[in-house]
Design a binder for this molecule. Structure first.
Ligand SMILES: Cc1cc2nc3c(=O)[nH]c(=O)nc-3n(C[C@H](O)[C@H](O)[C@H](O)COP(=O)(O)O)c2cc1C
Length: 383
């Protein structure tokens, strides 16, 4: 007879939010479910996004104590010479597969509220969460790319209504995950009767929830509903980043909530600063997939006709590298110091991307994570 199953870890919301660790600065990897990840480049070593590489990356990350994997919910590529992010895994099924072969790491699904029925989504996420024994997280997104919505035959709502819909969607999902059974929901958008969902999330505690709304409406939604809020770090002023963190946390406190703030970074780390800068230039300038970059800019209505030329050129460069994430380019001392500064600014964590995640991760972990451990920002990797 089998011994009764015991939970391998304490499953509380606090433990979920800390990603079952004690790291002052959490580190995750962003975008590995998509071809090319977040580097709009032609270089042949760019990220394949295929399953064997995702599997290898998840296991490497799990062993190295990386805190989380955050996928991108993308349904249609951006074209260009590489069809940038044209080949992507659906994120809840991707997370479920990876949760089954890892032990510690938290893995998010990035879910477009308008295209997933909430009863189906709640159950899919609970399934992932049981497979991962409490390690699934939800990144709720409302979508911005109309071409993608056309594929579903779903009309994109006005911006404020997208978040009003997402509020109902999340309320239904949280109620399904709670102890309530057989409830009716009558909202402006959703009208559901006798709703029930079992099992409940692993350990009876809901998954950690993140959002990255950038508009005033998006931010208000995030601070009201999420545990982890992704904001843009300033490229020029640490104080400004600290101010953004404080204002999001104050807004959450006004709702009686404590949230962690996170940001997105794109890291090029090599033994010397020159090597790092040369590689960055090679991938992101000389061999950028400029036709894909221009397609992304067009979708966002950024062109020399809509913004001043200087801004257009800046945006073009920033979109080539990480679609606007904070670029951190340098030797391990520099990269670790920059990450340390972000922690000082009050950030709880950062989701990073690399040109080839799996090839570059071992060096990043040995050199940068080791330094962060010595700086007291991360605990030693557990065996
Ligand atoms: C870390 C991060 C992850 C995101 N992931 C996605 C995604 O996978 N799919 C998507 O459609 N939007 C994604 N977004 C976009 C945001 O959810 C949000 O729509 C965007 O920041 C614009 O803000 P707004 O909706 O308040 O206008 C992401 C943004 C960030 C910073």
């Amino acid at each position: 007879m089998h011994a009764p199953q015991t939970f391998p870890r304490e499953v509380s919301l606090k433990a979920r939010k800390s990603m079952y660790g004690n790291n002052t600065l959490q580190i995750g990897l962003f975008g590995a479910n998509c071809s090319s990840g977040r580097a709009v480049t032609l270089v042949p070593e760019r990220w394949s996004g295929n399953w064997p590489d995702n599997k290898r990356l998840a296991q490497l990350s799990d062993d190295a104590g990386i805190d989380f994997l955050l996928p991108i919910g993308r349904w249609k590529g951006y074209g260009g010479d590489t069809d940038y992010q044209g080949t992507t895994f659906e994120t809840i099924t991707w997370a479920t597969g990876l949760l089954a072969i890892t032990r510690r790491i938290t893995i998010f699904g990035t879910v477009h509220a308008p295209v997933f029925n909430p009863v189906v989504a709640a159950k899919e996420m609970v399934t992932a969460d049981h497979v991962g024994e409490g390690r699934f997280g939800l990144n709720i997104v409302v979508g911005w790319n109309e071409g993608e919505f056309d594929m579903f035959g779903v009309a994109q709502r006005e911006h404020a209504d997208r978040y009003a819909y997402a509020q109902e969607w999340l309320d239904v999902i949280k109620t399904i995950w709670s102890d309530r059974e057989d409830f009716d929901y009558a909202g402006t958008y959703l009208n559901m009767k006798g709703v029930r969902g079992k099992p409940k999330p692993f350990g009876g505690v809901r998954p950690v929830i993140m959002n990255a709304g950038a508009s005033a409406t998006g931010q208000a939604f995030a601070v009201k509903n999420c545990d982890a809020f992704f904001l843009q770090a300033s490229r020029t002023s640490l104080e400004e980043t600290a101010q953004r963190v404080r204002s999001a946390q104050d807004a959450a406190r006004a709702e009686g909530r404590e949230i962690g703030c996170y940001t997105v970074g794109v890291i090029t780390c090599k033994p010397t600063r020159k090597e790092a800068e040369d590689y960055y230039h090679h991938c992101i300038v000389e061999h950028a997939d400029w036709s894909a970059v221009d397609g992304i800019l067009a979708l966002k209505n950024i062109s020399p006709q809509t913004v001043p030329m200087a801004e257009y050129i800046t945006q073009r460069t920033q979109y080539a590298q990480g679609m606007g994430g904070l670029p951190i380019v340098g030797d391990p001392d520099h990269v670790a110091a920059q990450l340390g500064d972000l922690s000082k600014a009050g950030l709880t964590g950062i989701a990073i991307s690399l040109v080839n995640y799996a090839d570059e991760l071992p060096y990043f972990c040995d050199e940068v994570i080791g330094r962060l451990e010595r700086m007291g920002l991360r605990e030693k990797v557990r065996g």
